[in-house]
Design a protein. Structure first.
Length: 155
């Protein structure tokens, strides 16, 4: 019988290993010239956060008393939601270089909010627009990271 406690331990350990792999991959990023912010900075930060959260999750679950509640596996609707979400992430990654970070982020966020929350289309579009614009200005303009800008922002 699978319980939430055992699932949290396994998921936490998986995330800790993923964080370590992220740190290892970030240490292999080659930098050839001076940047305002090293290309390794964001992957290092994400790797440390993933590792810490995963380790904390596993330790908390390990230390908890009792078996915990039984896990309810998703039904057909839940499996479809998981599949559509994974497909959306795959499409986001596939079209990131073609459309650019702002447009791909807008489409991904707007589509995900509409599909997962069943929110009104205007709310999904406005949230996607804000996230796309923020992604452009924070990651490309302010931090100077080398994400593709897309056709709207090329000058």
């Amino acid at each position: 019988m699978k319980t939430l406690r055992s699932a949290d331990i396994v998921a936490g350990l998986f995330l800790a290993v993923l964080g370590l792999l992220t740190l290892w991959a970030a240490s292999n990023i080659v930098t050839t010239m001076e940047h305002r912010l090293s290309p390794r900075a964001l992957p290092y930060a994400i790797g440390i956060l993933i590792f810490g959260c995963g380790l904390g999750m596993a330790v908390k679950a390990w230390r908890s008393q009792g078996a915990g509640p039984v896990i309810q596996w998703p039904d057909a609707i839940g499996i479809r939601i998981i599949g559509v979400t994974l497909a959306a992430i795959g499409l986001y990654n596939a079209f990131l270089n073609v459309l650019g970070l702002p447009i791909a982020t807008f489409l991904y966020i707007a589509g995900s909010i509409w599909y997962l929350n069943r929110a009104k289309w205007l709310t999904a579009l406005l949230t996607g627009l804000v996230c796309g614009i923020l992604a452009h200005f924070v990651f490309i303009r302010m931090l100077g990271l080398s994400f593709p800008e897309g056709i709207l922002f090329q000058g």
